[in-house]
Structure formats: C-alpha cells, structure tokens
Design a protein around this ligand. Structure first.
Ligand code: HEC
Ligand code: HEC
Ligand code: HEC
Ligand code: HEC
Length: 484
C-alpha cells in the first residue's frame, strides 16, 4: 500500500492502481454481490426442484403406516423403485461375489465337514439380491418342517414390522415360521429402511435397537451418516436366537453385543452363556454358527474409520435426466465401480478391481489354510474319542476347536471375502489356524497317552458327496474308523 508508484499522493487518493476511478471499484463490489446472490437463488431453486422431483408435494399414492408393498411406494418414488427392482438380476458375477447363487459346498467340500450335522452342510448358496429374500428363505433346505422359528422371517420382508406391530415382538419370534407364510409375502424393501411419512431413514428391527441399548447407546442419537450403515446393520449383523423360559422368550432375535462388537467381545458373550447352535457330530464340539457379521467386521476397517458408509459403496448416487438420486440396486460395488469407488478414488477401474481381488485372494487363501487345519482338528478329536480318551480329558481341545471355528466362520460367513476389513480378517484367520493347531497338538498327546503314536487316517473328503457320506457316518453312528 505504501509502495511508491511514482504518482502524486492526490493521484493515489483518487485512483486505484489500474487507473479506474474509485466509484468503479464500488460498482464492481455491488455487481459482484448481486451476482453471488442471484447464483445462490439459482442453486437453491435447483436444489428445491431436485427435491421436488424426488419427493412429490402430493403423494401419488397415499401410504399407510405399515405399507409393505414396494410397488405402492414405487408409484411415489419411481426412480428409487425402478433401481430397487434391479435387485432381481441374479446372473451377475465377480471373482468372489455377485448375485449369482453360487454353491459354496460344491466349490468347497471342507465346509460340508465343518458344518456336519447342521443345515449349512445341506445347502449353502451365495446371497442373491433383496428382491429374492422371501422366495429364497421359503425354499431353502435349512428351514425345517413342520416347525421352524418364525424368527427366520425377520430379515426377509417388509411385512415383518407390520406383523410385529400386530402380534407383539415376543409373540412374533415365538411363532411357527410356516404359520406366517400367508402374511409374509413382500421382499425386503422401502418400509424396512424408511419412514413412510417423512421418508427419513429409520430402524424398524428391534434387535438392533436393543443391542444399542445393551451397550448403553441410544440409536436415536446416531448421525445421518451412521444411519446410512445402520439401516443395513438391522440384518447384516451377527445374531442368535435367545430362549429364556423364565423371561418368557422363545427364539428371540438377539445381537451378542452386550460386551462390544468385536469378534472377541462376541465370543466372550457366547462363552459366558455357554451358547451353542449345535454339537458337532464328528468332534463333539459345541459350535456357535457365525451369521455374517458384515457390519461388525466393516467397523474394524479403514472405511468405517474414515466415515464411509455401506450406502456410499453399495447405494451410490446416480444421475438420470439431470436428477441425482440414490441407486437402490444394492449389489456388489465391483459391478458399478465408476459410481461407487471411483467417486473417492482417482484410480482406473481396472486398478480398483485388481486391488480388491488381490485383497480377497489373500484372504481366501488364508481361509483355505484355516479350513485345512480345522477339518483335521475335528477328525483328531474324533480319533481321540475312538481311542477311548475320556470327555473330561478332551474338554480343553474341544474348547480350542470351538474358538478356532468361530474365528474362521466370523470371516468366512461375512460377505465380501475380507474386503471390508483386510487386516482384521487376516488376523482372525491367523488366530483360527493357530487355535486349531493347538487343539491338534493336544489330541496328539492324548493319543500318545493311549499308546498311539501314528497320525489318524483321514478320510477322503475331496468332493461334496464324499464329504457328506463321511459326515453321515458320524451323524448316524460311531463314524468312519480313523485309527488302525
Ligand atoms: C468401501 C466400500 C464398501 C463399504 C463401505 C461396504 N462395502 Fe460391502 N462390499 C464392498 C466390496 C468391494 C465388496 C466385494 C464385492 C465382490 O466381491 O464382488 C463388498 C461385498 C459385500 C457384500 C457381498 C456382495 C457380493 O456380491 O458378494 C455384502 C452383502 C456387503 N458387501 C454388505 C455391506 C454392508 C452391510 C456394509 C456396511 C456395514 C458394507 N458392505 C460396506 C465394498 C464396500
Ligand atoms: C436397505 C435400506 C433401503 C431400502 C430397502 C430402501 N431405501 Fe431408499 N434410501 C436408502 C438410503 C441409505 C438412502 C439415502 C438417504 C440419505 O442419505 O439421506 C435412500 C434414499 C431414498 C430416497 C431419497 C432420494 C434419493 O434417491 O436419495 C427416496 C425417495 C427413497 N430412498 C425411496 C425408496 C423406495 C421407494 C424404496 C423401496 C422401493 C426404498 N427407498 C428402499 C435406503 C433404503
Ligand atoms: C431387512 C433385512 C435387510 C436389510 C435392511 C438389508 N439387507 Fe442386504 N440382504 C438381506 C438378505 C436376507 C439378503 C440375501 C437375499 C437372498 O439371497 O435371497 C441380502 C443380500 C444383500 C446383498 C447381496 C446381493 C448381491 O447382489 O450380491 C448385498 C450386497 C446386500 N444385501 C447389501 C445390503 C446393504 C448395503 C444394505 C443397507 C443399505 C442392506 N443390504 C440392507 C437382508 C437385508
Ligand atoms: C466416500 C469415499 C470412499 C468411497 C466411496 C470408497 N473409498 Fe476407499 N477409501 C476412502 C478413504 C477415506 C480411505 C482411507 C485412505 C485415505 O484417506 O486415502 C480409503 C481407503 C481405501 C483403500 C486402502 C485401504 C488400506 O488400508 O490399504 C482401498 C484398497 C480402498 N479404499 C478401496 C475402495 C474400493 C474398492 C471402493 C469401492 C468399492 C472404495 N474404496 C470406496 C474413501 C472411500
């Protein structure tokens, strides 16, 4: 300001450096302010129109409080509905995922052994889109006839909130699955995640609210960004069916989060109540079947740490006719990298896909190594039983196998083959392998105590059928002879 420009002080007082008169500067400021205001008004108007386009002032179809029919919602929100309907596509494939219902047991016969005697050894298919939820649960071989817990409907249908309201939550869970068939017909949809009046995201499933309360948190205080994951956590979480006659609870859907949401927290919870889904027919181990803890594993990863939500990757924004909306075709993000990952990561689509596949390949290889150790551990315990080792002496080895299997299944049952949290997945699989090997070491010592020095003879389980036949010998009797 005080620099000598070579002009007289009067000059400096009257003129700006560029030689314009002072009033011109004032005029520019006023003009610029006017432009800013006009642009602002324009932006507001664009945003309002966008919102109007998505949210009709007058609903085309008024919606009842518990409206379960996605098509009715669809009349009001056609873009979201049309994209939702694409969850019907079930022939999409990625290296490890996609909506194609691949058969895990054909691909990996070891799982027939690991789930021997339990429904998952009969049928275990990759998940399809939300559109199929009711159909798939209705025909799976895992649902027992004539009686099965109605609890299995909980994460499948928009009719669930309505029926829970009508019957009472406890009563809903305690009912027979087959008795509700006529009531539960609409697959997962709008009602599950949205309030029909305000359209705000909301939690409709009691188990998640109760799990928050058990941790001393109020789910109503969750931020909007957290809600973009919590709507998924209603169903994509670890759970078990709690039966407590004294409290009048039967098959009450419960998240084992009272001690926290890490794998260790949940295992400690299950151990404290000595919970088991089934007793393994080969090893006699009390098994907890892990149920896709997608939300919990995701929480340990970098994306959760940086506040990226499930919806950011699985429900990216899309633009159609100048209108931006949320894509409701929930699917593998690898089928739409440009709209999901590439919004934040400026790598090429190929680089992104390669990075994900390389993470998944490593996790998958670690998972196979764990399965190998775990399958042998089940047979080693069985061999010890065949050698006449007492149950009391096997308790420690069985506990190791129980823990090993829950560590492994925590990763195996979770969707995404480790991508949601690569380091945590590898850590858990490493521990699982170690626990299984510790169990094998213990049984080897117990066998040695019975004068048996050589390893058991392990049966051929190289195909699904062979594995099934071996498992059946243990389900139905003393099992295939493992010792000479
Ligand atoms: C940073 C992006 C990202 C976030 C955040 C994310 N996912 Fe994923 N998810 C992926 C990727 C990548 C895959 C692997 C897809 C594949 O293998 O084709 C995947 C796979 C899945 C799958 C299996 C889909 C398939 O086709 O195999 C499910 C289910 C899933 N995620 C649910 C969730 C849930 C629930 C959350 C939140 C708790 C979540 N994801 C958060 C990126 C993400
Ligand atoms: C699994 C949960 C889920 C289901 C099921 C679901 N939505 Fe959404 N919806 C979301 C999320 C997440 C957003 C983004 C909301 C946000 O961030 O404010 C959203 C946003 C919307 C919006 C706001 C505008 C937009 O596109 O961003 C509308 C309208 C909407 N959904 C309608 C529907 C309709 C209609 C259905 C049923 C056909 C449906 N939703 C099913 C989770 C869901
Ligand atoms: C009401 C329960 C429920 C909610 C809420 C829910 N899901 Fe699902 N999801 C399921 C079920 C059940 C399946 C398996 C359906 C089948 O195979 O028939 C599934 C399947 C999937 C798949 C596999 C589809 C494919 O193409 O690979 C993905 C991905 C997925 N969900 C992601 C999400 C995300 C992300 C959210 C939240 C925005 C969410 N889900 C909310 C219950 C739910
Ligand atoms: C909303 C933004 C956002 C989206 C969408 C997103 N990411 Fe990320 N991603 C991040 C952030 C933030 C980090 C942490 C590193 C950083 O700050 O750069 C990260 C980290 C990563 C890393 C490095 C992890 C590590 O620790 O080595 C990979 C790999 C990755 N993302 C892949 C993906 C893939 C694949 C998708 C799509 C399925 C995706 N991301 C979607 C924001 C995002």
């Amino acid at each position: 300001m005080t620099m000598d420009t070579g002009r007289s002080p009067e000059d400096r007082g009257q003129r700006m450096a560029g030689g314009f008169p002072l009033w011109a500067g004032a005029a520019i400021v006023v003009l610029a302010a006017a432009v800013v205001v006009l642009l602002g008004l324009l932006a507001v108007s664009i945003m309002e129109r966008r919102w109007e386009a998505q949210r009709p002032a007058m609903l085309v179809r008024p919606m009842a409080e518990w409206e379960p029919d996605n098509a009715v919602w669809g009349e009001n929100y056609p873009r979201e509905y049309e994209s939702y309907l694409q969850t019907r596509l079930d022939d999409t494939k990625t290296k490890f995922g996609g909506a194609d219902p691949r058969d895990y047991l054909e691909e990996d016969p070891y799982q027939v052994i690991l789930f021997a005697g339990y429904g998952f050894s009969k049928e275990y298919l990759q998940a399809r889109g939300h559109y199929y939820a009711v159909e798939d649960v209705s025909k799976t071989a895992r649902i027992k006839t004539p009686v099965n817990a109605a609890t299995c409907w909980t994460c499948k249908s928009t009719d669930v909130p309505r029926m829970m309201n009508q019957m009472g939550v406890k009563e809903f869970y305690a009912a027979n699955f087959h008795d509700l068939k006529d009531e539960i017909t609409h697959p997962i949809g709008c009602q599950d995640c949205h309030d029909p009046q305000t359209l705000k995201l909301r939690i409709t499933r009691p188990a998640l609210k109760e799990a928050f309360a058990a941790m001393g948190r109020d789910i109503n205080e969750a931020t909007h960004q957290e809600m973009r994951s919590l709507v998924c956590a209603q169903c994509h979480s670890e759970y078990y069916f709690k039966t407590d006659e004294a409290a009048g609870l039967k098959n009450y859907l419960t998240f084992p989060w009272a001690q926290g949401t890490t794998q260790e927290d949940m295992l400690a919870y299950y151990d404290a109540i000595d919970f088991a889904d089934y007793v393994h027919p080969i090893s006699g181990v009390r098994i907890v079947k892990s149920q896709h803890p997608d939300y919990e594993l995701y929480r340990t990863g970098i994306h959760a740490y940086r506040g990226v939500s499930c919806a950011d990757c699985h429900m990216p924004y899309r633009t159609e006719g100048g209108v931006k909306f949320t894509d409701h075709h929930v699917q593998s993000p690898l089928l739409d990298i440009a709209n999901s990952c590439a919004v934040c990561h400026r790598w090429s689509e190929d680089e992104i896909r390669t990075r994900v596949e390389s993470i998944q390949t490593k996790v998958s290889e670690a998972m196979m190594a764990t399965e190998d150790a775990l399958v042998h551990a089940h047979f080693d315990v069985a061999a010890a039983v065949q050698a006449g080792v007492a149950d009391a002496d096997l308790a420690a080895a069985r506990k190791l196998v129980r823990h090993a299997q829950f560590h492994w299944d925590y990763v195996a049952s979770t969707n995404g083959v480790g991508f949601h949290s690569p380091q945590e997945s590898m850590r858990l699989l490493g521990e699982a392998t170690d626990l299984a090997q510790q169990a094998r070491l213990q049984t080897a010592r117990l066998l040695a105590g019975k004068g048996i020095a050589q390893a058991p003879t392990y049966p051929d389980i190289s195909t699904r059928q062979k594995a099934w036949d071996v498992a059946q010998t243990f389900v139905k009797g003393a099992g295939t002879k493992l010792l000479p």
